[in-house]
Design a protein around this ligand. Structure first.
Ligand SMILES: [Zn+2]
Ligand SMILES: [Zn+2]
Length: 513
């Protein structure tokens, strides 16, 4: 996950793998369903906690390997060709999703068959001609499935999610109407979307350049593995694109979520070195904001409009369809697989509860829904399933090179600094006498403007407060540094609050001279 706003300075949020590490010897392998960030992004951290082979379809492995640079063995698998992993037999089953080569898993266990849907939808007209393997799900259902772990992302949406192909059709209608440059932003892993963008660009004779390293990298891996077919002459560098007439150019960019460092965000603020916006540019958002990112996306869109660009975005623009099953597809999956238990996964609490209700609404005799959360232990026997306990499973924060060293205390300090700034008093005390040698040095950041008209007076007052605090300590013969520090800090905090109504972090530093 990306961090929420209150996790100041945190780069990434990954799952807590300590329970897996404790059970390390029971981990036989890692079975990947697809290469989206929320499914493979923390793989390098997982592989530090447990050593196990990693399995997945070729594109999934290609993208995951590129990211993790881990030494664990990676294995390509093919759908419908079961693989033995420890006591289990795991089979990958093709599904539709917003990245090629996505699969569900059928896991044969001594207790019975478990089906893990992965992220899926039933796209009846897939871009790569590889539809969801409905027949295989039906066969598994016929043979008997103990439990289905079911994608809950779109359980709030009635009906059926439209085919990815719909996006291509609307791009083909849209592109001929644009006179200037076209910029399209989508997820860097949405290979099918890229194929459709290239196809639509070819029809209007535009060359395509990728602004953003991850798009270029993923396109390279996907075309090497044969998941995307692009005439080599169509792909140009951004420099080459800058020399072409505007109506011959299409730029692909990252930044559909308003991520601060992404290409589109930098383009929108004028901070991108190679791409400068101009009037006549049309920017198409071929992605919808992930919950939580709405404000950042809106900010980017505002900047783009301000710079004179036309922006096409929003649920009715035709530029995007979801990769997740809506209610009718979820019901169909349950009807095909006919499990004894449904375990909703991949959603927030409300999604999981609603998906449990949806599962019961299908009316299969004896079907039960088991609602858990991260860390819940589900226990299955040949004819039984229950929630058997809970493991620790929180989030671990990654900041720079540190994994898990930023906790509540560090965040509390960061919040304090962010809200009120810092006030540092450097006090030099004579070793022999305990006198303050010279007026204390005062340094503030994020508290008051240093050169403001009232600041000097405030600082003078603060110096007096420090002097008085030290004197009080001496009168009480409490001259150890700990006592002086506490006295100075409390006196300063009180004084600063009285004068400004603010509570900066006060740090007295004492040195003996
Ligand atoms: Zn996904
Ligand atoms: Zn996902």
């Amino acid at each position: 996950m990306f961090p929420e706003d209150d996790l100041l300075g945190v780069d990434l949020v990954i799952p807590d793998y300590s329970a897996l590490a404790r059970n390390g010897r029971k981990v036989w392998g890692v079975a990947l369903t697809h290469a989206h960030e929320d499914h493979v992004g923390s793989l390098p951290y997982l592989l530090r906690a447990v050593s196990a082979p990693v399995y997945g379809t070729p594109l999934t492995i290609g993208l995951a390997k590129n990211k993790s640079r881990a030494s664990a063995p990676f294995h390509d698998v093919q759908p419908r060709q079961p693989v033995s992993i420890g006591p289990f037999e795991v089979e990958w089953i093709r599904v539709g999703h917003s990245i090629p080569d996505a699969c569900a898993l059928a896991i044969k266990t001594p207790a019975g068959m478990l089906v893990f849907s992965g992220d899926f939808k039933f796209d009846q007209t897939p871009i790569d001609g590889r539809p969801t393997d409905l027949a295989r799900f039906a066969e598994l259902g016929e043979a008997g499935v103990l439990a289905l772990f079911l994608d809950s992302t779109n359980v709030e949406r009635p009906g059926v999610t439209p085919s990815e192909r719909v996006v291509g059709e609307s791009l083909q209608k849209l592109f001929p109407l644009v006179r200037g440059r076209i910029l399209v932003t989508t997820f860097a892993s949405n290979i099918h979307r890229f194929q459709q963008i290239f196809d639509a660009a070819a029809r209007v004779d535009r060359k395509v350049a990728a602004a953003g390293r991850s798009i270029a990298e993923n396109l390279k891996i996907a075309s090497q593995l044969g998941y995307v077919s692009i005439p080599p002459s169509m792909l140009v560098s951004v420099e080459e694109a800058n020399r072409l007439p505007d109506d011959r150019v299409l730029l692909l960019t990252t930044g559909s979520q308003g991520e601060p460092l992404s290409a589109l965000t930098r383009i929108s603020t004028g901070a991108h070195k190679q791409v400068k916006l101009k009037a006549g540019d049309t920017v198409i958002f071929s992605a919808s904001p992930i919950p939580g990112n709405e404000a950042m996306v809106a900010r980017t869109i505002n900047f783009l409009f301000k710079h004179g660009a036309e922006v096409i975005y929003g649920p009715h623009s035709g530029g995007h369809v979801s990769g997740h099953a809506s209610q009718e597809e979820l019901r169909m999956m349950i009807n095909l697989v006919r499990p004894r238990y449904v375990v909703p996964v991949h959603g927030e609490a409300r999604h999981l509860v609603l998906n449990g209700r949806l599962a019961r609404s299908v009316g299969l005799p004896g079907l039960e829904a088991l609602i858990g959360e991260n860390g819940t232990i589900f226990e299955f026997g040949p004819a039984s399933g229950r929630i058997a306990g809970k493991e620790d499973a929180g989030n671990v924060l990654v900041d720079g090179l540190g994994v898990g060293d930023v906790g509540d205390e560090v965040l509390r300090d960061r919040k304090h600094l962010a809200h009120d700034g810092v006030f540092i008093a450097l006090v030099a005390v004579a070793k022999e006498t305990g006198d303050i040698v010279r007026p204390p040095d005062l340094v503030t950041r994020g508290f008051v403007y240093e050169h403001g008209p009232h600041t000097e007076k405030l600082l003078e007052g603060a110096r007096d407060v420090v002097g008085a605090a030290v004197d009080r300590c001496r009168q009480r013969e409490r001259t150890d540094f700990g006592a002086i520090r506490t006295e100075v800090r409390e006196a300063l905090a009180k004084f600063l609050f009285e004068k400004t109504g603010r509570r900066p972090m006060v740090l007295p530093l004492l040195v003996e001279v």
